[in-house]
Every structure is written in C-alpha cells, then in structure tokens.
Design a protein around this ligand. Structure first.
Ligand code: NAI
Length: 480
C-alpha cells in the first residue's frame, strides 16, 4: 500500500514505458475512446466498484481507465499466470497523474509469471475494496472471479469448505485453500459479495459456457452479459485477433520458419479459423481436427484437410489446440511426435494439452530454453517444444491481440457494464447478450479509422428488405 493505494505488481519503474504504449493503444482503440467522450459528463458508472479479472495487458489498461473515466472504482487481476504485461500493470497503478514514487492510479494485483497460489491470492484481492466495501460489478474472462464467488457462497451456505482430496488437481486445491482462509476471516464474505453484485460481463467462450451451466442449474447468483457472443467480439477478436497473435507468439517463442511446415490445428471454431488463417498466411500446410460436422465441412470448403490427430501426430511440425475442451493432445501422442515438434494452446484453459501426463513420463527432462519456452526431452533423446506450459501462448509468448480488435471487444464490455450497473432489477439471474443495435454501434465506431464508407439504405430499400433505415440490419438468427 502506497498513499492508500493497494497493489501488487512487478516494478513501478516500468510505468513510463507502459504509459507511452497505452497512449499508442488509445489511438488504435476508437470504440473505447468514443465511449469515454460519450459519457464524459454523465459518468454512468459512478458508484460502481468493478472487480476485473482479465489479462492485464496494454489494451486492458485502456479498458480499465475507460471504466474509471466513466466513474467506476476498479480493482484488477489477470486471468492467466503468464499474460500480464508488467509495464501495463505498472502504468495502471501509477495512473495518468501519479509517479512511480507516488502512484495515484488503480489497484492492480498481477505480474507475469505468477505461481498458481499467487494467482488465486490475487483473485481473492478483488473482493475487498478500501473502507470495507465490496465490489458490485465483475468483469470476467474465463469465469475465475465468478467461480470464486459461487464456490465461496456455496461453501458458506454449507458451513464449511471441503478438505482437498488426492483426486483434486493442484488448482482446485488452491481454490479450496483460498476459500477456507476467506471463510476463517468472515464466514459470510462471498454470500455478501454475491448479494452486492449487480452483474458480471464475461469476455470469453469458456467463461460463457460456465455461466450458461450455472443458469441452467438455477445456481447463477447475479445477472450476466455474454460479451463473447456479440458479433463484434467473437467474430473479430477470436478470429482476427488470433490470426495476428498466434503467429506472433510462435515467432517470439521459437523464431522457427513457418512456411512449408505441417501445422495441425485442433478445433475449427472462431479461434481455430483465425489460427488456420494465421499459419496459412505464413505458408504453412495447415490441417485441422474437428468433432462438429459443420465446422469440419467449413474447413474442407476452405481447402483444409480434416484429419484425426493420431494420423498426423508423427508428421506434424506444429500442433495448436483451440477447442476450449480438455484432453485434446495426450502425453502418449506427444511422445510420438517428430523431434522438436512445437506444441501450444490458445484455448482458454491449460487442460487441452496433458502437461501433467507429460511430466509423469519416466525419465523425461524439462529444459528451459527461456521463460515460457520448454524443451521436453524423452528418454530416447528426441524432444518436443512446449509453449507457455500449455497455457494461452498468444498471451504467454507474445502480447495477445492487437489494440484495434480489442477495442471492439472492450467497447462491448464497457457498454455491458453500463447496462447491468445502471439497470438493477431489469435483468434476472440469467445470461443475456447485448441487443443487435449496440453490436452494430460497436462496429460503426470502428469504421472511420479504417476509411470505410458505408452505403446508406434508402427508405424504399429498407422497406423492401424489412429493416429500419438506421438498423438493426439483420435478424437475430443471422450468422455473419
Ligand atoms: P468455438 O466453440 O467457436 O470453437 C471450438 C471448436 O473446437 C468447436 O468448433 C468444437 O467443435 C471444436 N472441438 C471441441 N472438442 C474438440 C475435439 N475434441 N477435437 C477437435 N475439435 C474439438 O470456441 P472459440 O470461440 O473458437 O474458442 C475456443 C477457445 O479459445 C475457448 O477456450 C476460448 O475461451 C478461447 N479463446 C482464446 C483467445 C485467445 O486470445 N487465446 C481468444 C478468444 C477465445
């Protein structure tokens, strides 16, 4: 704590560099900047205490400062142990008017290379605002902040946190420990937090899946907006963001020539489509695996061979998982790969690649090439290169998606926060999407920067296709 500001970041002296990059990012984030201008006077988030768990990058810094400009008080953590950009975290803590010696910004608890225990400690810091106040809004990416509140409230109702068992993985054991410590301090802490929260806005596919499950089971404790399924989020960030940041991550990690290599992409959803385009753009020969016949057919129509992993595992040079599912690449499959095959994941969680199984292979050696790049040497002398220990490599080995595409995602986030905060009682404990006219607004805010000249419908044309001249231009079921 310095000057009453709580934080835990790597090094505040990185703040001036962070500030310069934030200023460059602001220019590339026209949607967020328009939101700042639109709400400069009314400050719709005045009184909001936002707990944010989302990759602490330069782009996220622009989102955080937008929420602050809209009137919110904010506490922030990263949603991944490797995704923080330490200069971004430092700049947010120092703030626009502070100095590294006298920080005057926002509370951030995040650094690159947290341990899992540190990660859950940081996440727990979200739920205690200064003055004994609790958060009343959540921004989540993957659902870990929401999970802590739900599990906490569940165990509080039960009167105790269960003892970890040998079957629980390391991460779940840490969650239980975090909650046990919390319950010891205040036996109703998360019940109170849950009652205070007006809503959560969720950034990604996996987090959204968790929310729909909670809602289906009747266990969701507050309203939620699914930001991921705004068209201007998943059809842009997941696809074009990955198209940029996947190749970036592989290059920064390995600098291997991608042209001519055989790249296997597991999953051909929004992220998989961007991944395939990314590597094809570098001249790699891309093949994909899918379980969904529609996505498999899409891949085939794009000229991509659709294969089963086992049939290519011995000849691929590069394996990238994008499924949001678990157990996609097994340890046995990695042991059959070519020498120095590269294995990485861009799905949200680290269970797509069986890292635990890899570590258990008798005689295997883990050699650190540099942080987030490891050579795993099998007893027979051949190796695979694993990026970011199986976690999101585009954020662990590079800096994630570029500002312009994140401006689309985060403009949806800012609008969703305003919606849930300013309309308490209008939303049930359910999962909602933003209405299409707001989705179209987000896109519209990004056209000028690219010199796009939009054609305007005539009144007669609008009537002919059955829409309003000002939109929305498509029915809800349209798929883009
Ligand atoms: P999606 O649902 O559109 O795509 C996932 C695809 O994987 C689906 O088509 C599904 O049929 C397929 N799949 C599932 N199990 C499979 C299996 N066993 N083998 C082969 N294919 C399988 O989801 P989306 O939006 O593409 O997201 C994928 C993951 O990426 C999620 O975890 C999401 O949270 C994450 N994500 C990561 C980003 C990043 O910056 N790294 C950005 C956005 C999303």
């Amino acid at each position: 704590t310095v000057n009453g500001l709580e934080f835990a970041v790597k090094d505040l002296s990185l703040a001036p560099f962070g500030r310069k990059e934030i200023e460059l990012a602001e220019h590339e984030m026209p949607g967020l900047m328009a939101i700042r201008r639109q709400y400069a006077d009314t400050k719709p988030l005045k009184g909001a205490r936002v707990a944010g768990s989302l990759h602490m990058t330069i782009q996220t810094a622009v989102l955080i400062e937008t929420l602050v400009d809209l009137g919110a008080e904010v506490r922030w953590v990263s949603c991944n142990i490797f995704s923080t950009q330490d200069h971004a975290a430092a700049a947010v803590v120092v703030g626009r008017n502070g100095t590294p010696e006298a920080p005057a910004g926002t509370s951030v608890f995040a650094w690159k290379g947290e341990t899992l225990a540190e990660y859950w400690w940081c996440t727990d810091q979200l739920f205690q605002f200064p003055g004994g106040l609790l958060p009343n809004m959540i921004v989540d990416d993957g659902g870990d902040a929401t999970l802590l509140v739900h599990k906490g409230a569940e165990f509080e109702a039960a009167g105790a946190v269960p003892q970890p068992t040998a079957d629980d993985n390391e991460e779940y054991q840490l969650i239980l420990k975090t909650l046990a410590d919390s319950l010891a301090r205040d036996p109703k802490r998360f019940t109170k937090v849950a009652a205070e929260i007006r809503g959560v806005t969720e950034e990604t596919t996996n987090g959204v899946k968790r929310l729909y499950k909670l809602a289906q089971d009747g266990e969701l404790l507050f309203p939620a907006i699914n930001v991921n399924d705004s068209v201007t989020k998943s059809k842009f960030d997941n696809k074009y963001g990955i198209r940029h940041s996947l190749a970036d991550g592989i290059n920064r990690a390995t600098d291997v020539m991608l042209g001519g290599k055989l790249a296997v992409i597991c999953g051909y959803g929004d992220v998989g489509k961007g991944a395939a385009e990314s590597l094809r753009g570098q001249g790699a020969r891309v093949v994909v695996t899918e379980i969904d016949p529609i996505c498999a057919l899409q891949a085939a129509m794009e000229g991509l061979e659709v294969v089963e992993l086992d049939d290519v595992v011995h000849k691929g040079d590069l394996f990238i998982t994008t499924t949001g599912n678990f157990g996609i690449i097994s340890a046995a499959q990695m042991s059959r790969m070519k020498h120095n095959a590269i294995v990485g994941n861009v799905g949200h969680f680290d269970n797509e690649i069986d890292m635990a199984g890899l570590a258990k292979i008798p005689g295997i050696q883990k050699i650190e090439i540099k942080p987030q790049v490891h050579e795993w040497k099998f007893p027979d002398g051949h190796s695979v290169i694993v990026l970011s220990e199986g976690r999101l490599l585009n954020l662990g080995n590079a800096t994630g998606h570029p500002s312009f595409v994140m401006s689309n995602s985060f403009t949806n986030q800012a609008i969703a926060q305003i919606e849930l905060f300013t309309k308490p009682g209008e939303y049930e404990k359910d999962v909602y999407r933003l209405p299409k006219h707001l989705d179209e607004k987000v896109a519209r805010l990004h056209l000028d920067a690219l010199g796009v000249k939009l054609t305007k419908l005539t009144k007669e044309q609008a009537e002919y296709i059955g829409v309003d001249v000002e939109g929305p231009f498509k029915p809800e079921h349209y798929r883009y």
